[in-house]
Write a protein that binds this ligand. Structure first.
Ligand SMILES: C[S@@+](CC[C@H](N)C(=O)[O-])C[C@H]1O[C@@H](n2cnc3c(N)ncnc32)[C@H](O)[C@@H]1O
Length: 278
């Protein structure tokens, strides 16, 4: 039987020092974001026609991201769908509403899961969702119990990406799919950050998953650069209204363009747990 919807997540995850610091940072970010529409307004300008209206998010999620995720997952009303690193929950809620799947949202930030659970009450059917505070590498979800898993701009944030993919494989039932966004660095230009050295296909294979589809998001650079320009144009408001979060967004807007060169490849990957374990 599916668990009953609960807007108050139960147990707190056990976190190491780095994860605790990250939790504080994301709690601050989501506290500001839930209360202030400025970043959402800037996103609308940056994304243009591909802006996913009616979806609460803070990521590179677009309407195209949602359509591709829905098509890749192949979930149905009898499916249990996990949204890993769900944030305020919009992308997972959109997929759950379109497909009828039962949604389990998981995030490190207590503030995010509370906001997501509150939004879900008016977006989804009663009893169609559950939100939990847990981590990407220790979801607390039972083995082989998820019929689909999505993660928009979150899975690569796990300190140990190989462990994150192994956790995905553990909780997917055989034959089920996961769709997640990530990035790779291609060409000879020096890596802008050691984490950009990750090549996802070998990690996916090592975790015992099959790579079934790869979408290269060629529009991401332009959208992201436009977003950074807008953040810099609104620097004073962002710093005043968003405090430490605003300052870190301005830092990202200054550093980010160095990453978004032609060597940067934004990806949306669809993977599958094999029907028969190999
Ligand atoms: C960029 S936001 C994306 C949120 C959401 N997927 C969206 O599209 O709006 C990344 C989210 O991942 C969560 N996160 C980061 N590291 C995490 C971890 N190790 N375990 C669980 N959640 C994590 C953050 O709290 C944040 O809500």
């Amino acid at each position: 039987m599916l668990p009953a919807s609960s807007p108050v997540p139960a147990a707190q995850p056990v976190l190491d020092a780095k994860e605790s610091a990250k939790q504080v940072m994301f709690d601050q970010m989501w506290t500001r974001l839930r209360a202030d529409p400025l970043l959402e307004e800037l996103n609308v300008q940056a994304y243009g026609a591909d802006y996913p209206y009616d979806v609460q998010f803070f990521s590179s999620c677009t309407r195209t991201t949602l359509d591709l995720t829905l098509a890749g997952l192949q979930v149905t009303p009898s499916s249990v769908l996990i949204d890993l690193g769900c944030g305020m929950g919009g992308p997972g809620q959109w997929i759950a509403r379109e497909s009828g799947a039962y949604l389990v949202g998981i995030d490190l930030s207590q503030v995010a899961v509370e906001a997501a659970a509150a939004a879900a009450t008016s977006y989804l059917q009663p009893g169609q969702f559950d939100y939990r505070c847990a981590t990407i590498t220790a979801t607390g979800h039972p083995d082989s119990s998820a019929d689909g898993l999505m993660s928009i701009d979150a899975l690569p944030m796990a300190a140990d990406r190989a462990a994150a993919l192994k956790e995905v494989r553990r909780i997917l039932r055989p034959g089920a799919r996961a769709v997640f966004t990530c990035a790779e660095w291609h060409g000879d230009a020096p890596l802008p950050h050691p984490r950009m050295a990750t090549k996802w296909a070998p990690l996916i294979a090592e975790a015992g998953l099959l790579l079934v589809d790869q979408f290269i998001d060629n529009g991401k650079q332009a959208r992201q650069l436009r977003k950074y320009e807008l953040w810099l144009e609104h620097q004073t408001e962002l710093e005043q209204r968003f405090g430490p979060t605003g300052r870190s967004l301005i830092e990202e807007a200054r550093m980010g363009p160095g990453l978004l060169t032609p060597n940067y490849r934004a990806l949306l990957l669809t993977v599958q747990r094999p029907d028969i374990d190999q």
